[in-house]
Design a protein around this ligand. Structure first.
Ligand code: 13P
Length: 253
């Protein structure tokens, strides 16, 4: 089954509004005419509106990095799915390991966030991945299984089709230590098998699974050549127009 490759840039807590607009202006120019790949950028909340305006007429999609599951109300500091839709978001990244690690996100809260996102008609980039300790303790597959089951609890086939999964081994994030294409593929294959068990072959064949963790123009092609790797969620290398454009244009490398 052909899955459309999907390259997304997670800018994390980087870029002022001015810097964000400059970067997307550059990306619009350098990615004009690129075909056969879906592209998204995830600026911080403060830059979403300005980036959305700058992206008008472009095929680059806008993503947010998190949200809260309620529609509105007394939740100081939080942002709702409706608010993100209003500023042009198409995707929301949910359950990133930095949120799990630093902000108390659990499989249960990830599940609530995914539910709220899908209910509002937004798409989800659902992040999972094991830590170095877990990998070294031989727990990679059990951790991934728990995260997939926990995050997707209660979703039927129809909803899950609006989801992209990002496998991001925590030990590879921001460390320069990429998983080898074979290491990543092994986990991607496991995730797809799990989706088949939970849903069906048809559904699992459709869902795109991105790899994230120190993706660069140098290693993207090897990763993308794997059968079950359908894209990349890029951190550091998405902060510069040149490196992100090269990653998006991986077929030409
Ligand atoms: P790096 O590409 O900087 O390792 O970050 C990966 C990531 O966490 C993307 O969400």
């Amino acid at each position: 089954m052909e899955r459309l490759p999907f390259i997304a840039g997670n800018w994390k807590m980087n870029k002022t509004v001015g810097e964000a607009v400059d970067l997307v202006r550059e990306l619009k120019a350098s990615l004009a005419g690129v075909q056969g790949v879906e592209v998204a950028v995830a600026p911080p909340f403060t830059a979403l509106y300005a980036v959305w305006k700058e992206l008008e007429g472009s095929s680059i999609h806008l993503a947010a990095q998190n949200l809260y599951w309620e529609e509105k109300g007394a939740f100081t500091g939080e942002v709702s799915p409706i608010m993100l839709k209003e500023v042009g978001c198409h995707y929301v990244i949910i359950g990133h390991s930095e949120r799990r690690q630093f902000f108390g996100e659990t499989d249960e809260t990830v599940n609530r966030r995914i539910k709220a996102t899908l209910t509002q008609g937004l798409k989800v980039i659902f992040c999972i991945g094991e830590t170095l300790n877990e990998r070294e303790g031989g727990k990679t597959f059990s951790v991934i299984e728990r995260q997939v089951e926990g995050g997707l609890k209660g979703f039927g086939d129809k909803k899950i089709e609006n989801m992209v999964i990002a496998y991001e081994p925590v030990w590879a994030i921001g460390t320069g230590k990429t998983a080898t294409p074979e290491q990543a593929e092994e986990v991607h294959r496991f995730i797809r098998g799990k989706l088949e068990k939970l849903y069906s072959r048809e559904v699992s064949d459709k869902i795109r699974i991105q790899y994230g963790g120190s993706v660069t123009p140098e290693n993207v092609k090897g990763l993308m050549s794997q059968r079950n790797i359908d894209g990349a969620l890029v951190g550091g290398a998405s902060l510069k127009g040149e490196s992100f454009s090269k990653i998006v244009r991986f077929k030409e490398l």
